[in-house]
Design a protein around this ligand. Sequence first.
Ligand SMILES: Cc1ncc(COP(=O)(O)O)c(C=O)c1O
Length: 377
Amino acid sequence: MLDLKRQYRPLHQELLEAVGRVLETQQFILGEQVAAFERAAAGQLGVAHAVGCSSGTDALWLALAAAGIGPGAAVITTPFSFFASTSAILRAGATPVLADIDPGTFNLSPAAAEAIVNGPRGEGVRAILPVHLYGQTADWTAFARLGKERGLKLIEDAAQAWGAEWLGVKAGGLGDAAAFSFYPTKNLSAAGDAGMVTTNSDEVAERARMLRQHGMRRRYFHDEVGWNTRMDGLQGAILQIKLKYIDGWNQLRRTVAKRYHALFHAAGLAESGPYPAHGIVLPHEVPGSRHVWHQYVIRTGRRDALRAFLAERKIGSEIYYPVPLHLQEALKGLGYAEGSFPQAERAAREVLALPIFPELREDEQQTVVSAIADFLA
Ligand SMILES: Cc1ncc(COP(=O)(O)O)c(C=O)c1O
């Protein structure tokens, strides 16, 4: 599914030297390596501020809290994402309100979000938290309009979307604040847990910096109750190295995605979406967006059987995500039930992520496509 060693091998020496620099300084928490990564990251994304922290989950909480979203606020988000998109809203003391997804992109549907804003729960809504799922930004033209018209904050869950763009603007600079994850499987990845908040607001950035170390502006003087969510110096040093390569890696991911597209079409397996009939529906890049293909996710009505078939042939695949958030045991209290979000529920039954990473070879992709052809035959 993912071979991280292929990325590591050519970087081996450079990474060891970066780690050595941190060991020499013995500056393990924040420090110059993290500050240098923050400056380089902000420059690459074209945002005013980047604030490193200890995970994507913490970055979501930090972005919400720094943007002033807390108790009494409702935040609209998607039921079809990783758990943290919703749990971070609860951690911030706010209330998640879920809205269904667009079946073509799997991203939060602007129309569904707008229906909530206009409905009985609309009064308490203070923010929308769209997720740029699988590496493609949510429909930002629609969310920016809605946010502006209703005075709502827009918080991006950009965990899967380093380098993605909407109309030429990079994810991380679209909303009031954004959260990135550098979990080892992400497009831009650390050697452990790490995350980052980005924003163009001086005030949000300043507050995020304070909240990531227990609400301190001055050492041992606590203005607010924050938390310990600092980035390690080692991660800052390693991420600085990888930052130099991420554009090239994302470009390779785009090449790999294009090749899948061509191979599936050549094999006559691709159906026009959004729902599969007998074959598979391929993912696509919507006009105006630059997809960075964190995942290449197909849809099929016989998903579980296909996955088992691929596993027999030693081909990796994954399901992101098998249970929509409104049906998770831990989120029962939100008051939703089976049938609340039909598009998210159907996607959870039909999606299958195929191997994709920059170093994936064409012959390996051919093997994947041939296996799927054999299954469908
Ligand atoms: C969409 C999404 N949001 C949030 C997170 C949380 O990031 P982390 O695992 O770094 O806490 C992840 C990654 O796991 C993710 O994919």
